[in-house]
Design a protein around this ligand. Structure first.
Ligand code: KIV
Length: 281
């Protein structure tokens, strides 16, 4: 099966009988290979790379150059999944020209579409990126790039008025040309209202079961990020424990002399040993 295109993703509404979309983040070639082998529809090269790979406390620390570097690594794995790359903070806030150049940099690195955070304020930039023929995924609700403005990583849309604003924002983003929408950290009922209100698919994270798809961060679902495990994360593996155990056994074998064995070593041929005057052993 070929890669899903942005127009094909745009048509994936569960209410119209489509299967839910599966998106997972990846930041490098092995991660992309695993996501692709597992049958993910989309790989998101998320700016969460700042937190789960680079060890920062928020996503504000990565640049468009960093995102292009990770997008290229993902693309080199030639995954079957559609690659979406995050436009990082301040890469789509200054001018339309800069925004389009930054989106193009991610496409040239190997992305098939870009994602950006925010509601109505972002409409002019979304239109400009779409005008440059680059598909855009929106992202509303808990938008991590607004961590300081929101006063922390907090669930959004808890009050009726805020919920109505999220529905309006989703409609505007769809109208501006977004082919899909991430809905992060909102109550289940708000996610359902938004999903019902738009013709483009919603992809939820911490938004309950009524979205048209779900996304999780690679390191969260595999148990590699242990500092903070949000309520909405389901861990499908404990790779932190598995990896620590494997490295402990390696360390123990090195210290005891059990690694490397003869089979794990290269040897000179008998003829070369003889030429060197080294007796066989
Ligand atoms: O950067 C990221 O991983 C994201 C997801 C949380 C949707 O934006």
């Amino acid at each position: 099966m070929g890669k899903l295109t942005a127009p094909a993703i745009r048509a994936r509404k569960v209410r119209d009988g489509a299967d839910p979309l599966v998106m997972v983040t990846a930041y490098d070639a092995p991660g992309a290979r695993v996501a692709s082998q597992a049958g993910a529809d989309l790989i998101l090269v998320g700016d969460s790379v700042a937190m789960v790979v680079l060890g920062y406390d928020d996503t504000l620390q990565v640049t468009v150059g960093d995102m292009a570097h990770h997008t290229a690594a993902v693309a080199r794995a030639r995954p079957a999944a559609h690659i979406v790359a995050d436009l990082p903070w301040m890469s789509y806030h200054v001018s339309a020209e800069e925004t389009v150049q930054n989106a193009a940099m991610l496409v040239r690195a190997g992305a098939q579409s870009v994602k950006l955070e925010g509601g109505r304020k972002r409409l002019p930039m979304i239109e400009r990126i779409c005008d440059a023929e680059i598909p855009v995924m929106g992202h509303i609700g808990l938008t991590p790039q607004s961590v300081h403005a929101m006063g922390g990583f907090k669930v959004q849309g808890r009050q009726a008025e805020a919920a109505r604003r999220l529905v309006q924002a989703a409609k505007s983003l769809a109208h501006a040309g977004c082919y899909s929408l991430v809905l992060e950290g909102v109550p289940v009922q708000v996610a359902e209202m938004v999903t019902d209100a738009v013709d483009i698919p919603t992809i939820g994270i911490g938004a309950g079961p009524h979205c048209d798809g779900q996304v999780l961060v690679f390191h969260d679902l595999l148990g590699l990020e242990t500092r903070l495990v949000p309520k909405f994360v389901r861990r499908y593996a404990d790779l932190d424990t598995l990896a620590t155990d494997a490295l402990r056994r390696f360390a123990s074998d090195v210290r005891s002399g059990a690694f490397p064995s003869s089979q794990e070593s290269y040897h000179l041929s008998e003829a070369e040993l003889a030429a060197l005057g080294i007796p066989e052993f």
